[in-house]
Design a protein around this ligand. Structure first.
Ligand SMILES: Cc1ncc(COP(=O)(O)O)c(C=O)c1O
Length: 393
């Protein structure tokens, strides 16, 4: 055997620097309460914004689809793996997003990895937000386009980079997260869409944390800003508010056609499972007929964020239900999360460097529409007691 001591050294290094992430195993479905190690925990860190991951109607839709289509697509979509249910889902997504067309992938990460290289190549340029998601960064690397990173939320910096460097590429793409997952702030999509016209550059928004949260009935960030037709590419995921698995790209007919011809996760990886496709369709149907879950999510988020601020905690400049409680020091944050877990039966994972900048470690609390006021009060009380006990302030 080759000497693999380096693996142990790497893990030791992660542990010593407080960057080793303990991976908890859930013994129950996603919900406001989950079972871990045989104990019940209040679940405050999942992206199941609307509580659809274990909704009985959504579960039934998945089971029915499995009854009809089986559990797997059986092949890559371009060979023999495109099922009627994929086509129906794509129509549904396009109609929900008010876009001409959509293509679905096996995950949001794959949608980004696959699509960015279809849009731009080595003769082109990309302007990318500093805090973009890892899957956008990897998609850009795969594209070989020349990359310019602009400062977080800075339209001025983006414009100055466009002025200096737009001409360096034939085609050009601005790419941003819509909602920043670690801070909860919202990208200045309106201002960017104006720049995009002025500098003849395509605009790509990753709406992973906007779907089900922002816009009319949870239609996402482009809808929230009334910008339909002003964003060339909307990317989204089914793994958060929609409660299931998969990702999508929505845009004009020809663009989606081209993505299906060129995107490597579409061409070289088997299609989304029928059960997942059906569950997403049902989740969209539920959101279309009733926006009470979206309203409840916001009500819960406002209650929680007010409570944290009143208790003296520092939150980021979040504008969405994402509620990052900033502690700062990596080890203190790990210790606080452990206190919540050991003493208060609250499941709330620490987020540390390199996911966020050094010295800004946090516990990201994710309220959902299915948390009760009692759940939220329990969380606030536990944080206050924890802060006293660990002498945070
Ligand atoms: C902004 C953003 N884009 C893409 C993804 C990837 O989505 P998925 O989990 O569907 O692969 C995530 C998920 O963490 C995300 O937060």
């Amino acid at each position: 055997m080759v000497n693999m001591q380096w693996v142990k050294d790497e893990i030791e290094g992660l542990k010593n620097s407080g960057r080793y992430i303990p991976i908890r195993v859930l013994q129950s479905a996603q919900g406001p309460r989950v079972r871990i190690e045989g104990r019940e925990f209040l679940n405050m860190c999942s992206n199941n914004y609307l509580g659809l991951a274990n909704d009985p109607e959504v579960r039934k839709a998945a089971l029915d689809a499995i009854g009809e289509y089986g559990v797997g697509a059986g092949a890559v979509r371009s060979i023999a793996g495109t099922m009627e249910i994929h086509a129906k889902l794509e129509e549904k997504v396009a109609q929900f997003k008010h876009m001409e067309s959509a293509v679905v992938f096996q995950g949001g990460l794959l949608a980004n990895l696959g699509t960015i290289p279809v849009l731009v190549g080595k003769e082109d340029v990309i302007f990318s937000e500093e805090l973009n998601h890892a899957s956008i960064i990897d998609g850009m690397r795969l594209s070989s386009a020349k990359k310019f990173v602009y400062s977080h939320m800075s339209v001025d910096d983006l414009e100055s980079k466009l002025k200096n460097s737009r001409k360096d590429g034939k085609k050009s793409l601005i790419v941003t997260d819509g909602v920043f997952s670690m801070d909860g702030d919202i990208a200045p999509v309106k201002e960017i869409s104006e720049l995009r016209e002025r500098y003849d550059t395509m605009f790509y928004v990753d709406d992973a944390h906007g779907e089900g949260v922002l816009g009319e009935g949870g239609r996402g960030i482009v809808n929230h800003f009334h910008l339909n037709g002003k964003v060339e590419v909307e990317m989204g995921t089914f793994s958060k508010a929609l409660g299931s698995m998969g990702g999508f790209i929505a845009g004009q007919n020809e663009l989606i056609d081209l993505v299906k011809q060129r995107a490597r996760p579409f061409l070289f990886s088997s299609g989304l499972n029928p059960g997942d496709a059906a569950s997403v369709m049902k989740s969209i149907e539920i959101m279309e007929r009733d926006d009470s879950r979206v309203k409840k999510l916001w009500e819960n988020a406002e209650f929680l964020q007010k409570g944290f601020r009143e208790a003296g905690f520092t939150l980021t400049t979040t504008k969405t239900p994402i509620t990052p409680v900033v502690i700062g020091d990596e080890k203190k944050t790990q210790a606080f999360s452990k206190y919540l877990y050991d003493e208060k039966n609250i499941f709330a994972s620490p987020i540390v460097f390199p996911t966020v900048a050094k010295g800004t470690a946090r516990i990201r609390i994710m309220p959902s529409a299915i948390h009760t006021k009692e759940d939220l009060k329990e969380t606030l009380d536990a944080f206050s007691e924890g802060a006293r006990s660990l002498k945070l302030f």
